[in-house]
Design a protein around this ligand. Structure first.
Ligand SMILES: Cc1cc2nc3c(=O)[nH]c(=O)nc-3n(C[C@H](O)[C@H](O)[C@H](O)COP(=O)(O)OP(=O)(O)OC[C@H]3O[C@@H](n4cnc5c(N)ncnc54)[C@H](O)[C@@H]3O)c2cc1C
Ligand code: SF4
Length: 495
């Protein structure tokens, strides 16, 4: 740390967002371009270079945070890039999309705002691209071993990059027409512009990774055939089987799953469609589900020009600060957070009948009411107590022409037949069973990411991809020098 008193003299300053009125008229990222670099050295200098850096433990990748904070504060961007890429294949993704458990675990956060770790990460990653600090890194020699990776989300991409760099010949099979998994068709452009994804994919192609898009394993190519063609197979197919809302009126037209809605909006941004067939333009939109997927629907509906947008959360509104007994530092607390989408909803007053930021907390959907044509028009809800019991007399009705269900995901989708064709064992909750070496019950077949862990985060997906790559490398060669930041049973820090 260049200034040992930085944490006392410099207040936290985040990457500023563009004005709401401006940013909701386009799909670009919400941040002010170029506004991060001028502030970031000083922000990195707030790092205390702790003897026991809890930020590091709170990150599943084991990112070397104090080291790169120090290097940034000293303006040594090349070394910072080396240290960052030593633990994270895709820091430009996590630098934009991660909810930053590292910041919740930052020692400074005990009694002050945490170091802006995520912003520092993003600044290093972007600068590394601009200055060419992280060129393609093809292997010096090939092992002669082949690996098929099924799924091109962050898990599959991280596994493929690690295995390719280790000298194996890797092909990634993806059922969608484009690569990236949920980062491509789930996460909206305003959270991460897709050119960041394209740039990494180009790097991976230059390193030798092969990609086969529009190929659903199990449907377009038999899973057993694929297994027989490769020395090892990594299943990284995600957990996209969505949860349902079995209430009267669910069958009405206009009630859709979030992941039916978001991909279409992303396809408009990709130039595939002029207008989304499910566009929220002019409609009263209600989003059922208080999580991040719901917030992505909110930001998307606002940009599409919805007449109103309300988001329902079954949980009570969390407090502004952490509950020190239930979720003490350094765990990741459930506190009231105002995402960029909520800020937009608040400033534009998108939900006159809801709280200021468009959310209705402790709200449970009772049923939907439709018109004579079978189209949803109203959503009926009731307030619930902490045990989710309805509070009588609190029933109310919201106008709803478009209802988006964002209730989470239960496990991998079985429609393609991959799981059944291979005869994979599953956990009771539907995720793929694997042992301590990420191996499934089928010899040579490994499972990683949301498909095996369950619905998670990009930072965990990248950690899974790196760890499964080490396990596959060991399986193929008897030993591995690839890093394995997590084991299959590791979980986020809790009390
Ligand atoms: C709307 C939304 C927003 C999110 N926002 C964030 C965020 O801001 N920050 C964050 O950290 N996390 C976020 N997440 C979670 C994060 O995206 C996931 O945890 C992560 O993408 C999981 O990575 P994965 O590679 O395991 O799976 P996925 O990203 O789901 O990728 C799996 C891939 O496998 C492919 N596939 C499936 N079956 C087959 C088959 N049979 N053959 C070939 N290909 C197949 C799929 O098409 C898909 O491309 C979000 C999730 C959603 C749904
Ligand atoms: S815990 Fe916070 S202050 Fe300490 S090393 Fe990590 S980022 Fe720096």
């Amino acid at each position: 740390m260049a200034d040992p008193k930085g944490f006392m003299t410099t207040p936290r300053q985040d990457w500023p967002r563009r004005p709401v009125e401006e940013r909701v008229r386009d799909w670009n990222e919400v941040y002010v371009p170029g506004a991060l670099l001028p502030i970031i050295n000083q922000q990195a200098d707030r790092c205390m270079d702790c003897g026991i850096p809890f930020c590091h433990d709170a990150c599943p990748l084991g990112n070397l945070i104090p080291e790169w904070n120090d290097l940034v504060s000293r303006d040594d961007w090349r070394a910072a890039s080396d240290r960052l890429h030593a633990t994270n294949n895709f820091p430009e993704f996590t630098g934009r999309l991660c909810p930053a458990p590292c910041e919740a675990g930052c020692v400074l956060a005990i009694n002050q705002p945490a170091v802006t770790i995520k912003n520092v990460e993003c600044a290093i990653a972007d600068r590394a691209w601009e200055e060419g600090f992280a060129p393609p890194s093809p292997p010096e020699r090939l092992s002669g071993r082949t690996v098929a990776v099924i799924g091109s989300g962050p898990t599959g991409l991280a596994a493929a990059q690690q295995l390719t760099r280790a000298g194996h010949t890797v092909a990634v099979y993806e059922k969608d027409d484009r690569l990236g998994g949920l980062m491509r068709y789930g996460i909206p452009e305003f959270k991460m512009e897709k050119h960041h994804l394209e740039r990494r994919l180009e790097q991976m192609r230059a390193e030798g990774t092969k990609f086969r898009t529009s190929t659903a394993v199990g449907r377009d190519i038999g899973a057993a055939e694929l297994r027989s063609r490769y020395d090892a197979v990594v299943i990284a197919t995600g957990a996209t089987a969505w949860r349902e809302l079995p209430v009267p009126g669910r069958e009405l037209a206009g009630v859709h799953q979030a992941m039916e809605y978001l991909p279409l909006a992303n396809r408009v941004c990709e130039g595939d469609l002029e207008v989304s067939p499910l566009s929220a333009a002019g409609k009263h939109v209600v989003i059922v589900g208080g999580g991040d997927t719901g917030a992505d629907c909110l930001g998307t509906a606002v940009r599409e020009g919805a007449a109103s947008v309300t988001q329902l959360d079954i949980y009570a509104q969390p407090g502004a600060g952490r509950d020190e007994d239930a979720e003490p530092w350094p765990t990741y607390p459930k506190i009231y957070r105002l995402s960029a989408a909520h800020e937009e909803a608040r400033d534009l007053r998108t939900a006159p009948a809801a709280d200021a930021d468009a959310r209705l907390f402790a709200a449970s959907t009772l049923h939907f009411t439709g018109d004579a044509q079978g189209h949803v028009r109203w959503l009926n809800l009731v307030e619930v107590d902490a045990q989710r019991r309805p509070v009588s007399g609190t029933e109310r009705t919201l106008p709803a022409d478009l209802v988006l269900l964002a209730l989470g995901f239960s496990g991998p989708d079985r429609e393609d037949g991959l799981i059944d064709q291979l005869g994979l064992e599953l956990e009771p909750r539907g995720t793929i069973t694997r042992d301590a070496e990420f191996a499934t019950n089928v010899p040579g077949v490994f499972a990683a990411g949301d498909a095996a862990r369950g619905q998670s985060l990009i930072v965990w997906a990248i950690a899974e991809g790196r760890a499964v790559a080490a396990a596959v490398d060991r399986h193929l060669t008897g030993s591995s020098e690839l890093p394995a930041p997590i084991g299959p049973y590791d979980r986020p820090m809790v009390v």
